[in-house]
Write a protein that binds this ligand. Sequence first.
Ligand code: PLP
Length: 395
Amino acid sequence: MLNQRMVGLGTQRSGIRELFEYGKKKAAEIGAENVFDFSIGNPSVPAPPSVNETAIRILNEMDPIQLHGYTSAQGDPVARKMIADSLNRRFGMNFTGDNLYMTYGAAAALCCCFNGLANPGDEFIVFAPYFPEYQVFIEGAGAKMKLIPADTEAFQINFEAFEAAINEHTKGVLVNSPNNPSGAVYSESTIRKMAEILEAKSAEYGEPIYLIADEPYREIAFEGVDIPYLPKFYNNTLVCYSWSKSLSLPGERMGYVVVPDEVDDHELVYAAIAGAGRTLGYVCAPGLFQRVCAANADETSDISVYETNRNLLTKSLREMGYSVVEPGGTFYIFPQTIIPDDIAFCKRAQFDYNLLIVPGTGFGCPGHARISFCVPTERVERSLDLFDKLAKSYR
Ligand code: PLP
């Protein structure tokens, strides 16, 4: 008998993928210009030119055996040092290459953390709204996801529910700021308060509660928005990062986990991450792109179109009567749906207006819908009338 859980996961497509596939089919029928696909979070701006330039230079100049060979299981030491240096320059940290474990995007980085940390029966706290794959990753590590309902006023943290959810089984807390799907950025005061609670609860239960920061959108932050670097606020923090969004390289599958020296027993924790990488087969991340990303660790794609789209959508949706928390980063906006039933709302958007938006229910936050605005501004502009008609259709 096969592992039925795996069969289920491999058979069901996520709602987002489903919508994306529908969009492609519909575009073939009625023309791509008539379908407004805001379903998926695929960056719409190219990687900076320096990415391809570095790749070409490395391909031309590096010894071919080394170029295409395995790196160390935890990643190429030169690349790890270059990335650590970049983090130190930008965030005032003291990392060395030994604090980094290179892996296949943020997804693999998270799986290494959950598998490395969890024992059977352990729990990880997740705040709604959340990236739905978290549940798959956490349960795949034999642990349980404990969901904290959203603070829909500002998409910060519902502290009362958070504190009540922590118990002796809590192994870690996962935070994602800037957030998919809300675009919200946790303020410094939110982070300080969370760190205080985690310190107190770790002391109460006599075991560290790890903070896992999922940060693929760190660099996609809009003017005036500061994104605090979490290891500065809480010692037992592991950072999961990827260049999927910041350098528009989701297909290259490149990211890392940082285990700072300040983490309790950091060498053992690093060993557990590496052991999880070994168990999952996430060893020796792709060599070429380890080196390319390391050389471009200070770079970000030109994200100005995301900011233009964020401004346009926030203003226009509010004028149409949608209630919206303005995103501080990412390329997502998460307005309230005009009716409480977000699934019915998104179906009407899809079938009556060719607007492909994702119900908040799948992100643990009903009554909302995610609009991925990583598309040309012209497409956002042409969609506005449809969002308006959609809202009016309920009045
Ligand atoms: N975490 C969040 C919040 C995401 O939105 C995504 C991808 O969309 C990931 C993790 C996975 O990123 P990666 O492509 O780097 O594995």
